[in-house]
Design a protein around this ligand. Structure first.
Ligand SMILES: Nc1ncnc2c1ncn2[C@@H]1O[C@H](COP(=O)(O)OP(=O)(O)O)[C@@H](O)[C@H]1O
Ligand SMILES: [Mg+2]
Length: 244
């Protein structure tokens, strides 16, 4: 029997503007987008086109403009969520790989990964060996020998891989209703390591059925990664070609 894919993400008429002094920037302008569960979508666009803003909205880091529009993720409408609801949403649904890593400088690689799912663990009755899982994910990204290093003792590419492991480590706890958001994740990696990471995420997507959204200005990377590519320009989606 073929599985009917549910919509993981539905954006309908979503806009986001920033006001700084007298200047208003419309970073996202009436976006419509549907992403199916298990899809690997790449959003391609030049610098300033609104890519990070789009991921921040999907990841519950910021709210869209309030006057209209719907932002539904795994059947939760999050567009009007307050801080506490957004925090809970992020914890239980989102793995975010930030463009600039956002690691805690005073925590080791292993501790930085553990923190990715520590808050999730509070809710579980059966004790899970979080150290073991965190170590496994650091090994998956090739950092098995850097567990106790601090970010300042790691290269840029290694820090990025810690950030990748920290986002992925939630998968065993959340399973399918997990949204992986990747903001230019391989900018600091050499092309060989980039390919390995993209392959790892592709394998996890296939095995676990997770939904992945990559934003990048790197077209070859988007093609390597994605099952579908959309283009963002000046805050608008200018084409959506469906499946590649
Ligand atoms: N916090 C902010 N305050 C004011 N303007 C912002 C903010 N974040 C982004 N912008 C503006 O919104 C536009 C889109 O930014 P962004 O989403 O970061 O684009 P991209 O990730 O594609 O480079 C840019 O013109 C940027 O200057
Ligand atoms: Mg950006």
């Amino acid at each position: 029997m073929t599985e009917i894919k549910q919509n993981a993400i539905e954006l309908n008429d979503i806009s986001k503007s920033y006001i700084t002094g007298e200047i208003k920037v419309i970073a996202l302008d009436n976006i419509k987008l549907i992403v199916k569960t298990g899809e690997k979508l790449a959003v391609l666009g030049p610098s300033g086109s609104g890519k990070t803003t789009l991921l921040n909205l999907l990841g519950g880091i910021t709210n869209p403009d309030l006057e209209k529009g719907k932002l539904r993720i795994f059947h939760e409408e999050i567009q009007n969520y307050k801080l506490k609801e957004l925090n809970n949403y992020r914890k239980t649904r989102i793995g975010f790989i930030f463009q600039f890593f956002n690691l805690f400088p005073t925590l080791t690689a292993l501790e930085n990964v553990i923190i990715g799912c520590e808050l999730l663990l509070e809710k579980r009755e059966n004790s899970i060996n979080i150290y073991k899982i965190a170590k496994e994910y650091l090994e998956k990204v090739g950092l098995g020998k850097r567990l106790n290093h601090y970010p300042s003792q790691l290269s840029g590419g290694e820090q990025q891989r810690v950030a990748i492991a920290r986002a992925l480590v939630k998968i065993p706890f959340i399973g399918k209703n997990f949204l992986l958001l990747l903001d230019e994740p391989t900018g600091n990696l050499d092309s060989n390591t980039s390919k390995k990471i993209i392959t790892l995420i592709g394998d996890l997507n296939e095995k676990e059925g997770i939904t992945c959204i990559l934003v990048t200005h790197d077209e070859p990377l988007a093609k390597l990664f994605a099952s579908r590519i959309v283009h963002l320009e000046n805050g608008k989606i200018i084409n959506d070609n469906g499946d590649l």
